[in-house]
Design a protein around this ligand. Sequence first.
Ligand code: MN
Length: 229
Amino acid sequence: MSKTVIPTPSQPLLPVANSDLHFPVRRIFCVGRNYAEHAREMGHDPDREPPFFFTKPADAIVHSGTHIPYPPATENLHHEAELVVAIGVGGAKIPTDKAQHHIWGFAAGNDLTRRDLQSQAKAARRPWDMAKGFDHSAVIGPLHPISEVGSMTSGRIAAYVDEELRQEADLSEMIWPIADVIAHLSHFVTLAPGDLIMTGTPAGVGPIARGQSCRIEIAGLSYAEITLT
Ligand code: MN
């Protein structure tokens, strides 16, 4: 072990559902505009664009059941219900028909977004990092192994804010299915064990206020729920 000049930062972990095991997280990639109705609600044509990617830092992860502070520098924090894919086997230029082999499992996630900062960034043609990659911005529930839940190519995905249904769709409505997302992303970076991919959100994104709770539900997976303080 090398001697370090400051304490070594802790490894972000995700709990594995129904066990005392954990999944160590390396990087978090996110897909933009992967459901047609959401692309339209954000003012884009879903038929014209290949998938694109942005990232969150691994230490932005928040476990389900947590109370988190309302983030600074925003007055318009939005929920985005998303299926999270956990990579168990790395690779580059992965063919679509081999993509499933690289998946360890799945979780429900919430890509928390400072929508006001994102709108400003888009208008100024600046990066999205401060709109997407802030502290506590990656709410991710317990992971379920693909051996138990299957390939998750269909099933209900929903977001509730204080029990009010805000987003509801089916995973089969993704413009770029999970295998295509892995294939595309692995042409830009070499994927490695521990990488996560948040696969985009359906229509119905909207604000969460201070004091409210937000729960993401995906059929067959544990919830990803937070309360803002
Ligand atoms: Mn998103």
